[in-house]
Design a binder for this molecule. Structure first.
Ligand code: MG
Length: 334
């Protein structure tokens, strides 16, 4: 006997969260719950405004259809994983959430992972240094750059690396540097410290400009936005060290696994990363990274952007758990 429930959630976002130029006050998404023979699996379906192509209503409609087919006895795994044709694929957030629910139901995910997210700095670097210093293990952190000018940011990065001698950094410019700003950043780095920058995600506006930056500066880069562009293919490229995989924007677990496998074959590190999911999705991403990218800390330090946790607790987080009564039932099927 199978049963399915589709629920909607809404969590407060801290003031100042801007996605692609739009202020966002709430994070809205869905929880799909699948039950069979006293086993339960849950998954989060949360298209990210400004990044996902599908809207929340479109995702809800697709999820409902698939959930009903599953409840009627169909196997939907093949549909979720889809072919290479983007137009025929199930929307990524829907495929990710449903495949997580199925994986939990089938007991294919390891139990709760230790919190191994890489700490993220997108503001005050002095405060961030204090936060890192207080952690038992501060070997790796991520810093958003491209927010002011390249020269000032290189001084900030020099300061962090000098203050914490064991620290390595992943930087993320979100394509916001001009070639000149990127060059100013590279020129301002202390040569004795720059070896501890593992990579910079998407330094410049175009992949070609980012590749030129990697070549000229000798600093490795990583693809994030580029991975989700239609003409992207995974192959070794000089200066490219890693790819960032955001399952909510990528698709089913099987699809993510395939991409990670291809990345390894191309000699690249694959890093699993979040798209501002709730604590439900984040804990599943942490569990997923244990299986799919062991030894590569995932980029999941986004829970602090939210005002509450959802259904499951992130280890060590003091944020309150939102009352389950605030989850709104969209549909049940049995
Ligand atoms: Mg990025």
């Amino acid at each position: 006997m199978r049963r399915g429930t589709l629920l909607a959630y809404s969590l407060p976002l801290h003031a100042g969260v801007v996605l692609r130029g739009q202020h966002q006050r709430q994070r809205n998404g869905l929880v799909v719950r699948l039950e069979e023979d006293h086993r339960t699996g849950e998954g989060e379906i949360a298209p990210l405004p400004g990044f996902s192509r599908e809207t929340l209503p479109q995702a809800a409609e697709a999820a409902l259809l698939l959930m009903r087919r599953w409840v009627a006895g169909a196997s939907i795994l093949a549909d979720l994983s889809g072919g290479e044709d983007i137009a025929q694929r199930i929307a990524p957030s829907v495929a990710f959430g449903l495949s997580c629910a199925l994986a939990e139901l089938e007991d294919c995910l390891p139990p709760q992972a230790p919190s191994i997210a890489v700490p993220l700095c997108s503001g005050d670097s002095d405060e961030f240094i204090r936060r890192l210093t207080a952690l038992p293990d501060s070997r790796l952190a991520k810093v958003k750059v491209g927010l002011t000018d390249g020269g000032a940011e290189s001084r900030q990065v020099n300061g962090m690396l000098a203050a914490l001698p064991g620290l390595h950094l992943r930087l993320d410019a979100n394509r916001s540097w001009t070639a000149a700003a990127a060059a100013a950043f590279a020129a301002g780095l202390d040569p004795s410290l720059r070896g501890r920058i593992d990579f910079i995600e998407e330094p410049c506006a175009t992949p070609a400009a980012s590749l030129a930056f990697a070549r000229d500066s000798g600093i490795p880069i990583a693809w994030d936005e580029t991975v989700r562009e239609g003409d992207f293919s995974l192959r070794p490229q000089p200066g490219v060290a890693a790819i960032i995989i955001k399952p909510t924007l990528t698709g089913s677990l099987r699809r993510c696994e395939r991409l990670i496998h291809q990345a390894r074959q191309a000699g690249l590190t694959a890093v699993i990363s979040s798209s501002i999911e709730s604590s439900l999705g984040l804990t599943q991403l942490a569990r997923l990274s244990q299986v799919l990218t062991p030894g590569v800390p995932p980029g999941l330090d986004t829970l602090s952007l939210l005002g509450a946790q959802l259904l499951r607790r992130w280890p060590g987080s003091l944020l309150p758990l939102q009352s389950p009564a605030l989850l709104h039932t969209i549909a049940r099927a049995s």
